[in-house]
Design a protein around this ligand. Sequence first.
Ligand SMILES: *[C@@H]1O[C@H](CO)[C@@H](O)[C@H](O)[C@H]1NC(C)=O
Length: 499
Amino acid sequence: MTYIVFLLFFYLTISCSPSSSRAQNANLNLPLKAVNLGNWLVTEGWMKPSRFGGIINKDLLDGTQVQFLSTKLNKYLCSENGGGTVIVANRDSASGWETFRLWRVNESYFNFRVFNKQFVGLGSQGVEAVSNTATDSETFQIVRNDGDLNRVRIRAPNGLFLQAQSEMLVTADYAGSSWDDNDPSVFKMTILPNSLRGEFQITNGYGPDKAPQVMQDHWNSYITEEDFNFMSANGLTSVRIPVGWWIAQDPTPPRPFVGGSLQALDRAFTWAEKYGMKVIVDLHAPKASQNGNDHSGTRDGYPEWGDSNIDETVAVIEFLAARYAGRPNLAAIELMNEPDARIVTLDALTKYYKDGYDAVRKHTNAYVILSNRLGPANSKELISFASGLDRVVIDVHYYNLFSDMFSNMNVKQNIDFINNQRSSDLSTLTLANGPLVFVGEWTGEFARNDASKEDYQRFAQAQLDVYGRATFGWAYWAYKCKQDHWSLRWMIDNNIIKL
Ligand SMILES: *[C@@H]1O[C@H](CO)[C@@H](O)[C@H](O)[C@H]1NC(C)=O
C-alpha cells in the first residue's frame, strides 16, 4: 500500500513537472533540417487554388476589394472621408475611399467595409458608412447580370436597390429592374486582383454545410503518412507545422472555421515519431491578424493584433503546450509567425513573447521560437530580451522575392546575395550565449523567370550551405505547392535539391 502511494506520488510529481519533458531536447539533433507543411492546417489558396473551385461566387470571398462605377453618371461610389459619413457617387477614379472590402454573409449577401473600417448601411443620413458593426442594416445583396457578372445592382436591406440619383445623392429606394446604362441602379463592379484566399475565405466561402467535409478531405489527403516516409528517407529531420488559433477550440471552433485540424496535428506527431522526425508547432494565425496576409487567418486583410489580444493568444499557446508536452518529438513551439512591424509594436510583442514563453514553460522545456518582425524592424531587436530566456530561438525568413531589388539582380548576383549578405546577416544574429537562430522559411524560387535548372540547383545549394550554419537549423517553404519551385517534394523528385 505504502509502495503504491509512493509510486502514485512519484508518478504525479513527474507528470506534473516540466522537468519530466527535458527529454524532449535531449535527443534533438541540431541544426534541424525541416520543411514547412504550409497550406495544410492553415489554408493558402495560391498553393492549391483548385481547393476553392467548388465555391459559388468564388471571386467574391471575404476581404475581396470591389469598386462600383455608376453606369449612368460614369462616377465611382465613394465613402466620403473614407468613412464616418455618407456614400456619394462623384469620383472620376477609384482608390482607397472608393474601395469596399467584402464581408461575405452567404453566396450573394455581403457587408461592405470602407477605408476607415465602418460598414455601409442604411442610417439617419440615408446610405452611409457609420456603423462599426455589421448587422442586418448593413447587409446588401449583389445581384449580378447573367451575361456580364461584373454588371451589378445592389439590393439594400429594405429590399430596394441602391441608385446614384446624382453625384451627391445615393439612395436605397429604387424598384426598377433594367440593366440599361442610364439606369441609376446599375454599376460596373471592378474586383481588385490579389484577393485573399486563406482559411477564413475557404471555410466561409463553402459555408457551414459544405466546409466541414471539404476541409476534412483536404486534411486527410494533403499530407499523409507516406509524406513523412518520403521526408525522412530524403534527409529531413523535422517539420514546421503552421496552425491557426481556432485549433484550440477544436472540435467546435467559432464560425466559419471548422473542427478537425487538431486531430490532423495529432496524426502528424504520431507519423513524425514513427519516421524519427521532430515537430515544430507554429502559431501562424493568431486571432485578429498580425500581418493581414492570407496565412494569418484574416477576414478582410486589416491586421489588428495588439495588446488586447495578448491573453487570448497566450491561451492558444498554453493549449498547444499542454497537449503536446508529453510527445517526445515536440521540438519547439513558435509563438507567432511574422508579426508586421507596422502593426505589432515591439512592446506588445515582447510582452506577448514573455507571457507565451512562461505558458510553454509551465508544461515543457521544448524550445520556444520567437519570430522576428517583418518590415521596418531591426533584425537584432529581440536578442537582448531573448538572451534572458532559456532555450529560445530567433526565427528569420529569407526570400529573394517580393522586392525589385532581387528581380533587378541577375542569377549570379542573387546567389552572391546568399553567400554574402544572408551569410553576414546570420552571423550578426548568432551570439555566444544568445538565442539560437532558425531560418524558419526559405524557398528555391527566386525573382528570375529566366533561371535554368542549373541556376536553381546552384541557388538552392548556396542556401543550404549558408542556412546550414544557422544554429537551430532551417525549414524550407514548403513541402507541397502548385508552384513547382516552392515544393520541396518536387525539387527533390526533380533532382534540384539533394539533402
Ligand atoms: C443569405 O443571407 C440573406 C441575408 O441574411 C438571407 O436573406 C438569405 O436568405 C440568405 N441566402 C441563402 C442562400 O442562405
